[in-house]
Design a protein around this ligand. Structure first.
Ligand SMILES: C[S@@+](CC[C@H](N)C(=O)[O-])C[C@H]1O[C@@H](n2cnc3c(N)ncnc32)[C@H](O)[C@@H]1O
Ligand SMILES: O=C(O)C(=O)C[C@]1(C(=O)O)C=C[C@@H](O)C=C1
Length: 236
């Protein structure tokens, strides 16, 4: 279904509710520049590290697009677990996984309340940005603690620039991108307002610092388009 959520005046902050879930795949494809390329690259990097029966978690899995793609491209059999606190998203995720014949365990819970034991790979795309900063640092520490030695954390985030001029130019560039994807200026403005204080982006440097502070030995940007970045972090 086509995303028309912000075609009307907003009455509340952005939420991953039934209305958003029902159009979410279209929303992400049209709102995140190079979303498919980010998936392709993340999966190629991830597969190099994965062995038979490794456990893979996707934190904030939404409709399970990433886990389904991963299962199609990795030659090894994997234990796939998707976690999300939106029941509306997980309903769709379960139907999609069934339709694609992919075995995924879904957990409907807050990311703070479940353990990701013995993970070889943890994925989290555009989700940490929705976690309050103090909680975010704690969650990243938990991710680090849950990973096996030599485990990998791949995550994507909307990012800001610490340079205010470049930051403004980046936002303008992003809104131009949204227009090319068919969103009107009204829709763009409505969504911007709904996301205020809900989506809290860090700079690329802040993201890397948070990762290294949690104990990871290495963190690298594997993809970036203006204000969207994908990182890979390695546990020694
Ligand atoms: C932008 S979406 C993620 C997109 C998805 N990773 C993908 O690439 O298709 C963020 C997801 O995180 C979930 N989420 C946000 N905060 C959460 C929390 N505290 N616990 C569990 N899930 C959360 C939302 O319900 C939503 O489905
Ligand atoms: O910042 C925006 O306006 C966006 O649309 C980006 C973004 C994201 O980065 O997650 C925000 C909310 C939706 O989950 C889809 C895309």
């Amino acid at each position: 279904m086509i995303d028309k959520v912000f075609n009307k005046s907003i009455t509340k902050q952005f939420e991953f509710d039934e209305e958003v879930a029902s159009v979410f795949d279209d929303m992400l494809n049209r709102s995140v520049p190079f979303y498919k390329e980010m998936q392709r690259l993340s999966i190629n990097f991830a597969c190099n590290f994965l062995n038979e029966n490794d456990k893979v978690y996707d934190l904030g899995c939404s409709t399970a697009s990433m886990l389904i793609e991963l299962s199609h491209h990795c030659k090894n059999n994997l234990k796939l677990i998707g976690i999300d606190n939106s029941a509306a998203m997980l309903n769709r995720a379960a139907k999609k996984a069934k339709a694609f014949g992919v075995d995924i365990e879904f957990i409907n819970a807050d990311l703070h309340d479940v353990s990701y034991d013995e993970a070889k790979l943890i994925l989290s795309n555009y989700t940490l940005q929705f976690i309050r900063p103090l909680q975010r640092e704690k969650l990243v520490k938990k991710i680090y603690d849950s990973l096996q030695d030599k485990g990998i954390f791949i995550f994507s985030e909307k990012v800001i620039s610490s340079n205010s001029t470049l930051n403004k130019q980046s936002i303008d560039e992003y809104y131009e991108f949204k227009k090319t994807q068919g969103y009107s200026e009204f829709e763009i403005a409505q969504k911007r307002e709904a996301l205020e204080n809900v989506l809290i982006p860090y700079t690329e440097e802040e993201n890397k610092k948070m990762i290294l502070d949690a104990g990871f030995s290495h963190c690298e940007t594997i993809f970036k388009w203006v204000n969207f970045a994908t990182f890979i972090a390695i546990k020694k």
